[in-house]
Design a protein around this ligand. Structure first.
Ligand SMILES: *Cc1c(COP(=O)(O)O)cnc(C)c1O
Length: 362
């Protein structure tokens, strides 16, 4: 246990230590059940309680009203790139996509297989270093939905508030900032998120869908690709990610115990501010990738003056116990992913390390 390093990986990513310990303690046999979570039937009363409690806790954390359903699916956020257009692009078969990074582009690619995609805005020519402004959006008031990516994991940019899209349903890939702050879910038609960034292990994907949108899913869709199947079956049409849902449930309880999403947001901002302050006060030694008004509080991306120096920093950081700080190849440099579970003292330690590195190499 004392050998854990600081894990800055973008995903799968760090989980709360309390959650890992509880899961470890109960892995051999769930209390009162005598079987591991890895062995129980998804049709058992025990699992019924686990999935329903996870759902209820997420509903309470996100303050969801009865207009929304919560689904636990498989196939990652990447399958949602297909399920979203397959289910809710009809009957008009046209949708708006706002391109702010590699993941939104991948989402758009699948949507194009279903119907017509209008690129409402893109910041690709600036290597996705910012979020487009409201007045840049060229929205089609008759679109089936508007798709955006709330936090761009690779580029380190984040929407500070949702785009205004009028009456058109807003669809959001929130994989890397779900549960990092309170959001007004009533602004959304559908939110999806792979669990493995900020919520749980890989293998389960959260989908929050406004129930009226379920009416758009055609009966001719493949059963497993139809949101209605999973909504009707309480995500138990087939065997779900039993373990993944269990861990999401523990994470939700950990969030509630620690003050909920407002408390989480406050801490997340404090952590991100420490790193951005270090970057901003480095006299250009560290250069942030994201423009200031588009900065993510989950993924902090920055570069140094040469690739050689970046390599040196990554190597020395890794040796010092800061794991996973190498940036994605499309940005280069470094990326520190500091999701909910990442401890503030780990951020403080990295800042200290960066300052010393600058002193020696600046
Ligand atoms: C990681 C990530 C994805 C891909 O998730 P998978 O679950 O691996 O399919 C999609 N969107 C965003 C924003 C991500 O960070």
């Amino acid at each position: 246990m004392q050998n854990r390093v600081y894990n800055f990986s973008a995903g799968p990513a760090i989980l709360p230590e309390d959650v890992l310990k509880e899961a470890q303690e109960n892995l051999f046999a769930l209390p009162g059940v005598g079987m591991s979570i890895l062995e129980i039937s998804h049709r058992s009363k025990t699992f019924d309680n686990i999935i329903n409690e996870a759902k209820a806790d997420l509903i309470s954390l996100l303050n969801l009203n009865n207009d929304y359903d919560v689904l636990f699916l498989q196939g990652g956020a990447s399958l949602q790139f297909s399920m979203v257009p397959l289910n809710i692009m009809p009957p008009k078969n046209k949708a708006d996509y706002i391109l702010t990074g590699s993941w939104s582009k991948k989402a758009q690619k699948e949507a194009k297989r279903v119907g017509t995609v209008n690129v409402a805005a893109s910041t690709e020519s600036e290597n996705f270093n910012r979020i487009p402004k409201q007045e840049e959006l060229k929205l089609d008031p008759d679109a089936s939905y508007v798709h955006f990516t709330s936090n761009n994991t690779i580029f380190g940019t984040e929407w500070q508030k949702e785009p205004e899209v009028g009456k058109v349903p807003l669809v959001c890939d929130a994989s890397s900032n779900i549960l990092s702050k309170k959001i007004n879910v009533n602004k959304y038609g559908l939110i999806y998120a792979g669990a493995q960034k900020n919520m749980g292990p890989a293998g389960v994907t959260l989908v929050i869908i406004r129930k009226d949108l379920l009416e758009r899913s055609s009966d001719s869709l493949h059963t497993m690709l139809n949101y209605k199947t999973h909504s009707d079956g309480n995500s138990l049409y087939n065997t779900p990610s039993v373990f993944g849902i269990y861990i999401i449930g523990l994470v939700a309880k950990w969030l509630i115990k620690n003050g909920g999403l407002d408390a989480m947001h406050r801490i997340n901002k404090e952590k991100a501010d420490l790193l951005y302050k270090c970057i901003d006060e480095s006299n250009g030694f560290f250069k942030g990738h994201a423009q200031k008004d588009s900065r993510s509080i989950m993924n902090i991306t920055f570069r140094l003056s040469s690739e050689e120096l970046e390599k040196k920093l990554v190597a020395e950081a890794t040796a010092a116990g800061f794991d996973g700080v190498k940036g994605h190849r499309s940005v280069g440099g470094l990326r520190a992913s500091i999701y909910n579970a990442f401890p503030k003292k780990g951020v403080e330690a990295l800042v200290q390390f960066m300052k010393e590195f600058q002193k020696k190499n600046g």
